[in-house]
Design a protein around this ligand. Structure first.
Ligand SMILES: Nc1ncnc2c1ncn2[C@@H]1O[C@H](COP(=O)(O)OP(=O)(O)OP(=O)(O)O)[C@@H](O)[C@H]1O
Ligand SMILES: [Mg+2]
Length: 140
């Protein structure tokens, strides 16, 4: 699915729509250059998880956890992750959190991500953004 997102609010809205389809154990990979709108989309995901607090880029912290009324969102940003540290992410544990969903900004190509996932690719377009969503969860 390809869409145009003219303003920030539409990126958040798309995040909410994707977020409503998420269930515990789901993984969302967010691709896109600097400033493409990845963290903005996570705001919508967090809203759909029932989280009312602040969402910010975990670039330095590597991960933020948003405990919503519906789901817990684990928000990772691997932009600054050094080479060997991937195994320390504890991705398997996060995906086994019985209420947890994992969303990753800057998903690195050298990580063997589970094939069952949602992929979002954001690009700059004029003043807005273009987005491509690919749902690779089984049976969808
Ligand atoms: N559809 C849109 N149209 C115009 N601006 C947008 C849109 N979506 C998001 N933005 C704006 O883009 C800027 C960067 O967004 P954001 O921080 O989400 O990007 P990012 O991909 O997470 O960047 P980084 O790679 O640095 O983490 C913000 O100012 C946000 O308001
Ligand atoms: Mg970001």
């Amino acid at each position: 699915m390809k869409l145009s997102l003219a303003v920030e609010a539409e990126t958040i809205r798309l995040g909410e729509i994707i977020g409503r389809s998420l269930e515990a154990g789901d993984l969302v990979l967010l691709h896109g250059e600097l400033g493409a709108g990845k963290t903005t989309l996570v705001r919508g995901l967090a809203r759909a998880a029932g989280y009312r607090g602040r969402v910010s880029s975990p670039t330095f912290a590597l991960a933020h956890v948003y405990r919503g009324s519906r789901l817990t969102l684990h928000h990772l940003d691997l932009y600054r992750l050094e080479g060997g540290d991937v195994g320390e992410l504890g991705l398997d544990e996060l995906l086994h959190d019985p209420r947890g969903v994992v969303v990753v900004e800057w998903p690195r190509a050298d990580v063997r991500w589970p094939s069952r996932r949602v992929e979002v690719r954001l690009t700059h377009a004029k003043s807005g953004r273009r987005v491509r969503v690919r749902d690779r969860r089984r049976g969808r």
